[in-house]
Design a protein around this ligand. Structure first.
Ligand code: XIL
Length: 362
């Protein structure tokens, strides 16, 4: 279902790389791309971090500023300044933006809830999609059109009980994808989902429900190109089941969809000062996941949710929203911007020679 189109997104595979030990070089060696979620202020105020992001990433995911509630202040009124600054940074440095995200139940402007539920409520979504998809179409190739639509535990036929579901019924997913295709015909449209990685009953139910949603969309010829696997790994959930996960990735690929790992990070349990042991555990858990993901030819790349523990959302204090550097050590670079075993594990998995030839161009 992928559409060809003229995007001015740089052709990443052709970027020359000489003796480069970065994650992006490792990703390119295996035919993939690498990215991370960032905030513009981190890049603007922290030159060492900016340098690291420029060296490591092909793709930047806006952690906050492209979300609906951040942009659409009132009907017809948009605050595009913060996203413009990040898009400008990406254009200047030849990076891509990962379009995160159009519809997410946790980022609905307060005014938009009642408007969506009123007659003609789809116009509200339409105007947001049009504003951002046209404005950033030159730097965004992949859009997370719907984020986290599946929630088997909600008992609403496995779709999350969101304001979108209440206002438009289950068909909102199809409508969102069709609206997105009309706004940006050349873009690659995705559903992005979390909680798909572990062998327990909850993730199993979410995997099954996601597959059912994808089948339903496919049957109706809805424009969907790919699936984002968030991959917020958690050490309290135990080990992944590699064979089961490989089978799930294959089931997604069999549906003609490409995959991106979109938000990789690792939540720890151990908060002791034994960083050596903790870092080995984080690296091993990630390696076990990535070796499966990267064995799947449909997986086009990986993004981590942040690049350094200096700015990880996992170190966010729930009450104040502030982030304490350090704390959780679930990203490739520590809070002093030193690479950890996780970084080496990721690079090594990305570089591993695999049997297949990748079927797509970056
Ligand atoms: C998170 C941000 O990292 C936080 O700073 C914010 O408070 C909430 O959103 N899945 C997603 C991301 O798709 O958009 C979320 O980002 C993390 C979970």
């Amino acid at each position: 279902m992928a559409t060809a189109g003229a995007l001015s997104v740089p052709c990443l595979a052709e970027t020359p790389i000489i003796a480069d030990t970065s994650l992006r070089a490792a990703a390119h060696a295996g035919g993939r791309i690498f990215g991370a979620a960032v905030q513009f202020e981190q890049l603007d105020n922290d030159p060492a971090f900016r340098k690291l992001v420029l060296a490591e990433c092909d793709s930047l995911t806006p952690e906050l500023v492209l979300k609906w509630a951040a942009i659409h202040l009132a009907p017809g009124r948009f605050d595009l300044g913060p996203m413009d600054r990040l898009a400008g940074f990406a254009r200047t440095h030849g990076k891509r933006i990962h379009g995160h995200t159009l519809l997410w139940h946790r980022s609905i402007p307060a005014w938009a809830g009642p408007e969506m539920a009123a007659p003609g409520g789809w116009n509200v979504l339409q105007s947001f999609f049009t504003a951002v998809m046209q404005r950033y179409g030159d730097v965004v190739r992949y859009w997370d059109v719907v984020n986290e639509p599946v929630e088997p535990m909600d008992d609403a036929d496995g779709l999350r009980r969101s304001p979108f579901l209440s206002a438009f019924g289950p068909d909102y997913v199809r409508r969102a994808l069709e609206t997105a295709r009309a706004c940006a015909p050349a873009a690659q449209l995705m559903i992005n989902e979390y909680g798909l990685e572990y062998p327990d009953a909850e993730d199993e139910a979410r995997r099954a429900r996601l597959l059912r949603l994808l089948d339903d969309l496919r049957r109706r010829d809805v424009p969907l190109d790919g699936v984002g696997i968030q991959a917020h790994l958690r050490l309290d959930r135990g080990a992944i089941d590699q064979a089961a996960l490989a089978q799930f990735f294959q089931e997604l690929a069999d549906r003609g969809l490409f995959l991106l790992i979109t938000e990789l990070d690792v939540r720890e349990v151990d908060t002791s000062r034994d960083f050596g042991r903790r870092d080995q555990r984080v690296a091993a858990a990630t390696r076990a996941f990535l070796d499966v993901a990267l064995d799947q030819p449909a997986v086009r790349g990986i993004s981590t949710w942040g690049l350094s523990d200096r700015y990880s959302w996992l170190n966010e204090d729930g009450e104040s929203g502030t982030r304490q550097p350090g704390g959780n050590r679930g990203l490739p670079y520590d809070s002093a911007l030193r690479p950890k075993p996780l970084c080496r594990a990721m690079a090594s998995s990305l570089r591993t020679k695999r049997e297949f030839k990748l079927p797509y161009s970056l």
